[in-house]
Design a protein around this ligand. Structure first.
Ligand code: SF4
Ligand code: SF4
Length: 71
């Protein structure tokens, strides 16, 4: 049986409310492929195309600063 290439499927768009983000870094630690911390101390979406839409970041942000929307 031939192996098939596995690629990320983009289901949701992630947004960060920088007014609510306190810069704890939890989201970037949970999902370093998509999220990172900016020099100013806020989370940023660095690579939206790798987001699988799992919502782990949204569910663990203590400040409700991450929102995911179905594309
Ligand atoms: S988990 Fe929430 S508060 Fe913490 S860095 Fe990420 S967006 Fe900001
Ligand atoms: S929804 Fe999942 S894959 Fe997408 S940024 Fe959040 S933790 Fe990462």
């Amino acid at each position: 049986m031939a192996l098939e290439a596995v690629t990320a499927v983009h289901y949701r768009t992630v947004s960060i409310n920088t007014g609510l983000c306190k810069g704890c870094g939890i989201c970037a630690a949970l999902c370093p492929g998509v999220l990172s911390m900016a020099a100013g101390g806020k989370a940023v979406v660095a690579n939206q195309s790798l987001c699988t839409g799992c919502r782990n970041c949204e569910n663990h942000c203590p400040d409700f600063a991450i929102f995911t929307e179905v594309d």
